[in-house]
Design a protein around this ligand. Structure first.
Ligand code: F6R
Length: 605
């Protein structure tokens, strides 16, 4: 989950490499580097930390080559320092890599036994040294192909050569890689987003593909050096460009644009005149769908958890959910009447993409719910339901989570209707609630001031707990995940009914416990679970859409949310939890858009 860029041009490339690396920082930001061919030498510059640092280095000491590669790193092998930063170069070759080489230790031993010395602790350096060996007797393409045949694991690579100064070689197995075309300039990039400011003409490499690009030509090959053809895609113009506007950071912008996100998404999928949902062409005849399996990672997985309750409530379809990194290794029984739904903001998450591949290989019908329609997961699935949220830049997912839930709800409602699992009045009522959702979200955002006060309660806390039941359980998990990733404070999400089976032991005087209790069938039960926490000294922060007066001396803070009906309550109740995580992180002076140790697009296993 690093970011790669390569540019072959007829003018100096370093400033465009820097600009592209800034766009790729969502993939990793613990170190950065570039290499250009400058006066017939490989000119490598790297630093630990952000691309800004690299840019400062280049101001002092420019790199003027017209061909170059760049990298932002999310460390896997070796700590994030200058030595381990990419590119990894010898005198004659320089390599940037995204992915993990699983047999790097064995390859390293073999190279060391020949007296070859390593400088870094990375798995990537074996690639550089293997190619360097190959180049003694072979041309670049053959050298790279021979090297790739020795590698196990995943990679997207960008490679330049001192003695072949016109070309960049790219290669893909497992990790995404795109090629962009322009006049007198061609590009290699981890994704089309990094290339968008330079071109809208893109080709995507598939697993096993290589490309050789120079400023005026791009050729594609398979691992046996046979030429292959690639389709050129013309990217659409995305109006919702990544721009912070007047907001302090992307995350606050993304939280506060959620009413618009919801509106756009709902407008795309509903016909307000016909009072219907515009979803057709199901990959399996709806009445034949026996089971739906929902798969995702992290926050996307939480949206699957929410959707499970919806499918159970509104349809007669059997539902299963799984974390992609588990699903991909399970011994599964496939059935052609199962629909597999993959949820991913980026559409590039390695585990989710691998889980999708397994389903495709078993000829299953697959659907993806993604934000990026040009992504690997979207391209590899039979059916794509975009969430229309626009670019999400903050590493912590907010508006994409909301979009995922909305699309899954819409899909569920449409299926329930066409399968006749619900009657027309239930369909109408749910559709009407859905139409009211953007306004309810707008109102929900007004709780920010109260949340700011609540956030102070977390500053000296040892940890915190988030409790909910039914549809609020996944929201408790999501609230805890947001708080951990943004403020580095330990947080646990639990089904409230589960507390007495162990976690209650964690409750002590003053521990913040967030209770999410909408007015649903669990309400009274959640209140009882809350009493058990109060009795043990927990400091209650209570979030509800219930009209009843609930605040009493046992509840430190109460937040009242707009009511939107039971089924849609998780969407509204997510908002205060996003704001809470945001404000705790702000008070703790954490890096909101780029929390430590994380990356936006997780393209390694
Ligand atoms: C948390 C977060 C992650 C992602 C997860 C999956 O805020 O953003 O947990 O949800 O890495 O990413 P996508 O949705 O891109 O597959």
């Amino acid at each position: 989950m690093c970011g790669i860029i390569g540019i072959a041009s007829n003018k100096a490339v370093s400033s465009n490499i820097i600009n592209s690396l800034k766009k790729l920082e969502y993939r990793g930001y613990d170190s950065a580097g570039l290499a250009t061919l400058n006066k017939n030498e490989i000119d490598e510059k790297k630093c630990s930390g952000r691309v800004d640092q690299l840019e400062k280095m280049l101001f002092k000491n420019p790199s003027n080559g017209s061909i170059g590669i760049g990298h932002v790193r999310w460390a896997t092998h070796g700590i994030p320092n200058v030595t381990n930063a990419h590119p990894h170069s010898t005198e004659i070759v320089s390599v940037v890599h995204n992915g993990i080489i699983e047999n790097s230790d064995n390859l390293k031993k073999k190279l060391e036994s020949k007296g070859i010395k390593f400088k870094s602790q990375t798995d990537t350096e074996v690639i550089t040294l293997l190619i360097t060996e190959q180049l003694k007797e072979r041309q670049p393409l053959e050298s790279v192909c021979n090297t790739l045949k020795q590698l196990k694991g995943s990679f997207a690579l960008g490679i330049i050569f001192k003695n072949f100064k016109d070309i960049i070689i790219g290669a893909r197995r497992g990790s995404p890689l795109a090629v962009g075309y322009s006049n007198n300039e061609n590009y290699l990039g981890s994704d089309s987003y990094a290339l968008k400011s330079m071109t809208n003409k893109i080709s995507y490499l598939d697993d096993g593909d290589l490309c050789v690009l120079s400023k005026d030509k791009v050729e594609f090959y398979d691992l046996n050096k046979n030429k292959i053809n690639k389709k050129i895609h013309i990217l659409t113009n995305d109006q919702n460009v990544a721009n912070k506007g007047d907001y302090k950071n992307f995350m606050s912008k993304e939280i506060f644009e959620q009413a618009t996100t919801a509106k756009n998404c709902i407008n795309e999928y509903t016909d307000s005149l016909k009072k219907d949902i515009n979803i057709y062409n199901f990959p399996i005849l709806p009445s034949n769908i026996k089971k739906i399996t929902l798969i995702g990672c992290g926050t996307a997985y939480h949206s699957c958890l929410v959707a499970r309750y919806w499918f159970e409530e509104l349809t007669t379809i059997d539902v299963e959910i799984d974390i992609a990194s588990e699903f991909r290794y399970r011994k599964l029984k496939f059935d052609t009447n199962n629909l597999y739904i993959f949820v991913s903001q980026s559409g590039e998450t390695a585990d989710t993409a691998a889980a999708l591949d397994i389903c495709n290989k078993n000829n299953m019908k697959t659907c993806s719910v993604v934000n990026s329609v040009e992504s690997t997961i979207a391209r590899n699935s039979n059916w794509v339901l975009p969430i229309h949220a626009g670019p999400e830049i903050g590493v912590a997912s907010t508006k994409a989570f909301l979009g995922q839930m909305i699309v899954l709800f819409i899909l569920c409602l449409k299926l329930a209707k066409v399968r006749k699992d619900i009657d027309h009045s239930t369909f109408k009522m749910n559709l009407s609630n859905l139409e009211k959702l953007p306004e309810a979200i707008e109102k929900s955002l007004k709780v920010e001031n109260s949340i700011q006060l609540m956030a102070k309660e977390f500053l000296d806390a040892k940890g915190s707990m988030f409790l909910g039941r039914g549809l609020s359980f996944p929201i408790a998990l999501e609230g805890a995940l947001k708080l951990k990733e943004l403020s580095y404070l330990h947080a646990e999400g639990y089904p409230a009914g589960e507390m007495k089976h162990g976690p209650l032991a964690l409750i002590e005087e003053g521990l913040p416990v967030i209770v999410i209790a909408p007015k649903d069938k669990y309400f009274e039960k959640t209140l009882s679970n809350m009493q058990e926490v109060i009795a043990r000294g927990g400091k209650i922060l209570f979030i509800t859409d219930h009209k009843k007066e609930l605040i009493n001396e046992n509840i430190r803070f109460g937040i009242r949310m707009p009511s939107i009906g039971n089924l849609l309550s998780p969407i509204v109740l997510t908002i205060p939890l996003q704001l809470l995580a945001y404000h705790v992180a702000l008070l703790k002076d954490c890096d909101i858009d780029k929390p430590r140790n994380l990356a936006k697009s997780v393209t390694v296993e």
